[in-house]
Design a protein around this ligand. Structure first.
Ligand SMILES: Nc1ncnc2c1ncn2[C@@H]1O[C@H](COP(=O)(O)OP(=O)(O)OP(=O)(O)O)[C@@H](O)[C@H]1O
Ligand SMILES: [Mg+2]
Length: 631
């Protein structure tokens, strides 16, 4: 379908959603779909809930955030459970300003933008529909027209609690335009839109000293005062501040703590108890989510100031730390690159992963207990299994440092380094070494790191580099074996047959001649030696494997190549050891002969077809691994 057709269809859909009617008619809608009368906080919560909740080992995962935010599941769960959910239930927290606190480029703005875009879309759905008094600059809730003394009756009939007072402007309009007949007042369905300033507002501080509170609450319209005669006539007031416009939806308060103290005071007393004061009017009820964000340094200096104590109690602080999982960090880079204009560059496999390893290491704190190192901790956090540690240990480890994830390298820095690599290299292919090199160079120019931190980070770069060396070697060796998985499986089965015969003191049968033969001790040892199993320990190792196999069999599970970490490692190493010389000679030969050339071409082809390389990156990889093996 062409784009013009789509535009037309979109317009028709929008047209269909529109609704306008009297308050009387609106009440019928309320009766049938009571959720249209929900509060702003409850709408936000339902939006998140409606997108789906997954249960992952007793923890809640909110799908709403999946598309854009990675690795923040725990922080988001906390945000929903401790703020959005109780706020939706009309508990007190909703009257506070939600302050997201976290390190730079940690996803705070992304989170807020998702909520905004989400609300815009949600207001177009049945479940998220919003109605307002037509012609009201603050899109006021029509139910506010129900007088206080009848609200109990309304509750009895509709089961809906009404909060908030009718605003001065609508009070006046009700009298003057409708002669006090509430049931005739025109109500319309509204659709949130930041661009149209409906239900979504953004405020960012300008010069702190001259910041005008009118930006938030609107101001007197001097051009009309003469007409209406008085400053306290609501028609002579423009309700066009961000707080006004964001009514029913949400307002983002950027860099809140950069505002002057006095201004903040003003703001917080304004927003206290879900009301705010504008001009010479009685309190105006505001039904909106106010989200602000700040970084830790600003936050610390804010709370260390005694004068701010009262303000503090009007804010709910939610930490948004950095992601701490390598695979999620990789997704973040991938997303950021796709969104950028370098998205046509070939990034060799493992490049982003290796960069992510470095980044995550800079964010982790040294484990306090046991002799576990940072690399293992990194693996455990990423959900990999590390021998000797289980899930409970991981949870324990997470509790050791309250501020883990609040510092370290930010994703934007890494993306900047990747971009500069791309620009400098001029070819449209980059690999992990290019990126590590660039990250290293960048550390000299990084504005905010001390010499000591720099040393530490350099060390992480070499750790990441070592990890990459292993990955690269394995990758090439795998590509040398015609079918790696197949070979590994065959070798393992062969080993297991021998182990079984050995433990049962049985003979084996030669496949060709059918003769009885002894278990192949040489083969078994050549595998076991790969992982350092001594002559004395071999019996115990073999028996342990047999026990494991029968335990699997009892549970009806198949014992396979992946069932035993150490055995798998041994098999892998054995395969590679057998290959090492071939790989070494082939990859490092300056003048390869015909068979070597053929082999190289095959390997390159396999790297391209099966492992996601292009010919440049595959050749770079081969050359690098050749140099590693010849060291
Ligand atoms: N956990 C994450 N998941 C997905 N993307 C992330 C994550 N953390 C950061 N990003 C990406 O990093 C970039 C910077 O994030 P964002 O602007 O949201 O951070 P911020 O916390 O608002 O930073 P600042 O303090 O500098 O304003 C964005 O492109 C964002 O998508
Ligand atoms: Mg931001």
């Amino acid at each position: 379908m062409d784009i013009l057709k789509k535009i037309e269809m979109y317009r028709q859909d929008e047209e269909k959603l529109k609704w306008e009617g009297t308050f009387r008619e609106y009440l019928e809608i309320v009766k049938e779909q009571p959720w249209v009368a929900q509060s702003a906080h409850s709408r936000v919560y339902n939006m998140i809930k409606d997108a789906g909740i997954e249960n992952e080992k007793g923890k809640k995962r909110y799908s709403f955030f999946n598309a854009q935010l990675f690795g923040l599941e725990e922080a988001l769960e906390r945000l929903v459970e401790e703020y959005f959910h109780p706020a939706a239930k009309r508990l007190d927290v909703r009257k506070r300003i939600l302050l997201l606190m976290g390190p730079v480029s940690g996803g705070k703005s992304t989170l807020v933008t998702m909520l905004k875009r989400g609300l815009e879309a949600y207001s177009h759905t049945d479940r998220g529909a919003v109605f307002a008094i037509k012609g009201c600059p603050m899109h006021e809730d029509p139910l506010h027209m129900i007088p206080h003394h009848l609200r109990k009756d309304f509750y009895d009939e509709y089961g809906i609690r009404i909060e908030g007072n009718l605003s001065p402007l609508n009070m006046m309009r009700l009298e003057q335009e409708y002669g006090g007949r509430i049931e005739d007042v025109i109500v319309e369905r509204i659709f949130f839109s930041e661009d149209k300033r409906t239900g979504i507002g953004t405020f960012s501080p300008s010069d702190p000293k001259s910041q005008d509170i009118a930006d938030l609450t609107g101001s007197i319209d001097f051009s009309t005062i003469a007409e209406y005669g008085s400053e306290s006539d609501p028609r002579a007031y423009r309700f066009d501040g961000e707080l006004n416009k964001a009514n029913r939806g949400m307002m983002e308060f950027q860099e809140m703590l950069k505002c002057d103290e006095k201004f903040l005071w003003h703001l917080l007393s304004l927003t206290q108890e879900g009301n705010f004061k504008a001009g010479r009017f009685a309190l105006i009820s505001a039904d909106e989510l106010i989200v602000a964000h700040t970084n830790e340094t600003e936050y610390r200096s804010f709370i260390s100031n005694k004068k701010n104590e009262a303000l503090h109690s009007r804010i709910i602080v939610m930490p948004i730390p950095y992601n701490l999982k390598v695979s999620d960090e990789e997704k973040i880079y991938d997303k950021m690159i796709r969104e950028s204009d370098v998205n046509d560059v070939h990034i060799a496999p493992h490049t982003l992963r290796v960069a992510a390893m470095f980044t995550i290491l800079t964010r982790l704190k040294d484990p306090k207990k046991g002799d576990i190192d940072l690399i293992k901790k990194m693996r455990l956090y990423d959900g990999e299994s590390v021998e000797g540690y289980n899930r409970a240990d991981v949870e324990e480890m997470k509790k050791e440092h309250q501020d883990e994830g609040m510092s370290g390298i930010d994703p934007r820095y890494v993306i900047n380094r990747i971009s500069s690599t791309i620009i400098r290299k001029e070819v449209k292919t980059i690999n992990a070494l290019d990126v590590l090199r660039s990250l290293k160079e960048g550390l000299d120019q990084h504005p905010s790191i001390t010499a000591e931190t720099r040393e530490r980070y350099l060390n992480y770069i070499s750790i990441a580099r070592k990890e990459y060396d292993d990955i690269a070697k394995k990758e090439v060796q795998k590509a040398f074996v015609y079918s790696y998985e197949e070979s590994a499986k065959t070798l393992m089965e062969n080993y297991l047959d021998n182990v079984e015969a050995y433990c049962n003191k049985a003979k084996m049968r030669d496949q060709l001649t059918g003769e009885e033969i002894n278990p192949d001790e040489k083969l078994m040892r050549s595998i076991e030696e790969q992982i350092g199993i001594s002559e004395n320990a071999k019996k115990a190792f073999r028996e342990e494997i047999l026990i494991r196999i029968s335990a699997y069999a009892r549970k009806g599970k198949r014992f396979d190549y992946n069932s035993h970490d150490r055995l798998r490692e041994a098999i892998q190493k054995k395969l590679f050891a057998d290959l090492k010389d071939v790989v070494k000679i082939t990859t490092s030969s300056k003048t390869p002969d015909e068979t070597q050339l053929k082999k190289i071409n095959n390997v390159v082809a396999r790297l391209i077809d099966e492992h996601g390389y292009n010919s440049t990156s595959a050749n770079e990889l081969l050359r690098y691994v050749g140099s590693l093996l010849n060291r």
